[in-house]
Design a protein around this ligand. Structure first.
Ligand code: FAD
Length: 408
C-alpha cells in the first residue's frame, strides 16, 4: 500500500497532513512526532499561553485527525531514514515504509555551551513542556534573568512582567532585536520594556553561569553578577537537520531544498523551520525562515508537490511579535535596502518601507498598538510580491492609500 510519511508533528507537518487530504490523497498518511503532544501552536508559548493555558493550543484535536484518516504517532522520535529501502526507523525499533517522505523536523532552541543539563534553573523555551516549567516560576517576587534580546526573550519578558516577575534581560550586542529589525523599531520596543520595569542590559558579556537545584547566578565579564530564580536562554534556534544529514541529504543552513521544497532526493521533501530554500523575490537567495505563517504556507504547498504538483514557493516572508499591547510586523527582507522611508499612522504607530537602489520595495516593518499596522503591512506584502517600485513620497503620506499604489 502506498503511503506518505511526515517526520515532525509540528505546525508544518500537521498542515501538510491535512492538505494532503484536502488535495484528494486517499492512501495512508502517517504523521510522526517526537513530542508527547499532538501538534500545537508555538507562538502562544511566550505570550498569552504562558499566562493562562495549562493545555497546548492544538492545531487540531484527535477527532479531526481520525476523521481525516491521518495516523498520528506521538512520543515517537525517528532515528534514521533508509533511503534505499524507503523506510524510516523509529527509536522504539519500528520501521515504516514510505513512497514519499516529508521532513518537517523544525528547530530546537540554541543553548549556551556547558549549560545544557547544568540545572533545572537554566532553561530554554521551545516546547509546551519548557513553557510549563517556566510558567511555575513567573510569580511576583521571583527574579527571571533572560539571556538574549531576540523575539522570544522579549516576549517572555513582557509576559513575565504582566505576572509581576522581576526581569533582567542581558544582550551581548549594543541593541536588542539586531537580527532583521530596524533600529528605529527596536528602540520603541526597548523603551516600552524599560517603562514596564525590565532591566535591559545591552553590550553585556557573560563570563559564566553558576547554578544548582535551588539558585542560579550569571557572572558578567565586568565582574558583577545577577542572582535569579530562573535563567532562560533565548539565543536563537538550530534547525533539526541531523536525520537528513545522516541520510546523505544536502544541508545548507537547514535541509537544502529547491523552490518546490524537494531535497537532493527526489522522493524526500522538507518544509518549515528545518529547511532553507531559494527565495524568488530576492534573486533566489537561500533563506531559512523561522516563522509561523511560513510553516503553514510551506506545509500546504509541499502537500501538493508530494503529489506531483511541482509548484514553487512564492510567498513573501511575514512575521509578527506581540509584546504588551504592541504588535510588530515585518513583511519581506530588508537586506540590501538602499533607502528607508517612514509612514506615521495613528496612535504612535509607524511603518518603515525599505527600497533597493532601483526603487523596488523589499520590505516593510511596522509597530504599533494592536492591529494598527496590520492592514498596511498586508498591502506592502502585496506590493513586494508584485515587484512594485512605489514613489517613496507616496509611501510616506498617510493620505495615499497603499491599495492605489498596488493598482498603479
Ligand atoms: P516545529 O514547530 O519546530 O515542529 C517540528 C516538530 O518536529 C517538533 O515537534 C519536533 O519535536 C519534531 N521532530 C524533530 N525531529 C524529529 C524526529 N527525528 N522524529 C520525530 N519528530 C521530530 N513565529 C511567528 O511568526 N510569530 C511569533 O510570534 C512566533 N512566536 C514563537 C514563540 C515561540 C516560543 C516559539 C518557539 C516559536 C515562535 N514562532 C513564531 C515560530 C513558529 O512557531 C515556528 O516557525 C513554527 O513552529 C515552525 O513550525 P515547524 O513545524 O516547521 O517546526
Amino acid at each position: 500500500m502506498g503511503s506518505i510519511v511526515i517526520v515532525g508533528a509540528g505546525e508544518c507537518g500537521a498542515r501538510a497532513a491535512f492538505a494532503l487530504r484536502e488535495k484528494g490523497y486517499d492512501r495512508r498518511v502517517i504523521l510522526i512526532g517526537a513530542e508527547p503532544h499532538l501538534p500545537y501552536e508555538r507562538p502562544p508559548l511566550s505570550k498569552d499561553g504562558l499566562r493562562d493555558g495549562a493545555q497546548p493550543k492544538y492545531v487540531a484535536d484527535a477527532e479531526r485527525y481520525a476523521a481525516a484518516g491521518i495516523d498520528v504517532l506521538t512520543d515517537a522520535p525517528v532515528r534514521a531514514i533508509d533511503r534505499g529501502a524507503k523506510r524510516v526507523e523509529l527509536v522504539d525499533g519500528a520501521s515504516i515504509p514510505y513512497d514519499r517522505l516529508l521532513l518537517a523536523t523544525g528547530a530546537r532552541a540554541r543553548t549556551l555551551p556547558g549549560t545544557d543539563s547544568m540545572s533545572p534553573r537554566v532553561r530554554t523555551l521551545r516546547t509546551h513542556v519548557d513553557a510549563e516549567v517556566i510558567r511555575r516560576e513567573l510569580q511576583p517576587g521571583r527574579m527571571l534573568a533572560i539571556i538574549g534580546g531576540g523575539f522570544i526573550g522579549l516576549e517572555l519578558a513582557a509576559t513575565a512582567r504582566r505576572l509581576g516577575t522581576e526581569v533582567v534581560l542581558i544582550e551581548g550586542l549594543t541593541r536588542i532585536l539586531s537580527r532583521g529589525v530596524p533600529s528605529e523599531i527596536a528602540a520603541v520596543v526597548d523603551e516600552r520594556h524599560r517603562q514596564e520595569g525590565v532591566d535591559i542590559r545591552c553590550d553585556t558579556k557573560i563570563d559564566r553561569i553558576d547554578a544548582d537545584d535551588r539558585s542560579a547566578r550569571i557572572v558578567l565579564a565586568q565582574g558583577d553578577s545577577i542572582n535569579a530564580d530562573l535563567i532562560v536562554v533565548g539565543i536563537g534556534a538550530v534547525p533539526n537537520t541531523e536525520l537528513a544529514a545522516a541520510a546523505g541529504l544536502v544541508i545548507d543552513n537547514g535541509i537544502a531544498v529547491d523552490a518546490t521544497l524537494r531535497t537532493s532526493d527526489p522522493d524526500i521533501f522538507a518544509a518549515g523551520d528545518c529547511c532553507s530554500y531559494p527565495l524568488c523575490h530576492y534573486g533566489g537567495s537561500r533563506v531559512r525562515l523561522e516563522a509561523w505563517r511560513n510553516a503553514q504556507d510551506q506545509g500546504t504547498l509541499v502537500a501538493g508537490n508530494l503529489l506531483g504538483a511541482n509548484e514553487t514557493m512564492t510567498s513573501v516572508p511575514w512575521f509578527w511579535s506581540d509584546q504588551y499591547d504592541l504588535t510588530l510586523q515585518i513583511a519581506g527582507l530588508a537586506d540590501g535596502a538602499a533607502t528607508t522611508v517612514r509612514r506615521d499612522l495613528a496612535d504612535g504607530a509607524f511603518i518603515l518601507f525599505h527600497l533597493d537602489n532601483s526603487g523596488r520595495l523589499l520590505a516593510a516593518s511596522g509597530i504599533g498598538p494592536g492591529n494598527a499596522v496590520a492592514r498596511d503591512i498586508r498591502l506592502a506584502e502585496m506590493l513586494i510580491a508584485a515587484g512594485k517600485r512605489p514613489d517613496p513620497q507616496a509611501l510616506v503620506s498617510p493620505e495615499t492609500k497603499l491599495k492605489a499604489l498596488l493598482a498603479a
